[in-house]
Design a protein around this ligand. Sequence first.
Ligand SMILES: [Zn+2]
Length: 343
Amino acid sequence: MSIETNEINNAELSYGLKEGKLVSINDVEQGLNCECHCPYCEKKLVAKKGDIRKHHFAHYDGDDCHLGQETAIHLLAKDLIAKNKKLMLPASYVKVESKDIGGYSHESSYFEQGKITQLENIEIEAPLEGYQPDLIAVTEDGESIDIEVLVTHAVEQEKAQKQFRSNRLMVEIDLSALSRSSSIDEIEQAVIYEAPRHYINDGKLIIKENMQEELNKKVTTINESHESLNKLAGLRGSVENKYLLMGYKFGGGYSTKYNSHFTVGHLYYTKPVQTHDTGNFTIQASGGVELSQTDADESLISQLKNIELPALVSLRFEPKIISGRKVKMIVTDLLIADNDEHK
Ligand SMILES: [Zn+2]
């Protein structure tokens, strides 16, 4: 144990151990008659209750070990939790993340507010498998909880990891900023309610796993729709398709129906006359080409102005999402097709 020499740690010892119990300097007799020992090094203490300095204990034989007061606060804090049988639990926040194939991040989160819980079956320093928490107890939700009180040392990483594997709830209450000359009432208020606290293990592993699974399902669905859009784009966007472009028309207007401005872009091209029967229409004879119309992106206007029509062109179609979930294929690019060149 390292001995720090900051101001806080040099607070005078105001608690001693008498017959195994912590007692305040206010409740003992003067001098060696106090019959107290240092809570840390267990050496004999003298109660200094003079008129000038604040009353305090001093080590009778040799130097002050400087750790008595912190040890006392730690012992008091544990006793106070056990006595009060309640504890403010920290808030917990669980977040899971996943990226789709488009590189977009999706997340899902869960927040549980801090709350006071009653504690039952409280044990101080009960050894568990591989580690020994300051206290163990059962919350009013019936969950086993490990409680660590930090005065000088953070819970060692190893301890936390062993604990994490056991998936027990584990909370750490941080009293490191608490004044070393605090009264018992102040320590009580701090440890039960007010001191900073956080979960070392919030016991939300299963909730987190379920959330991750749900999110992964959602992202899989998103990925599939990305893939089908790409497939669609690949199919329709093949530049090997050649169309005889006959004309185009771009414009805009105001829709009284939707109370909004709109723009349209249409290309007109020939395609082989439809030869497939439909549900209520049977083709008896067909031949030649027919004029077809497709939507086009406004960015094509300048390109189209430089083309002498009719012209043989390759069109690139891309899916565009219109009005919510509807996807429409529109022409986003065109190339003058070279008759002699084939891929
Ligand atoms: Zn000592």
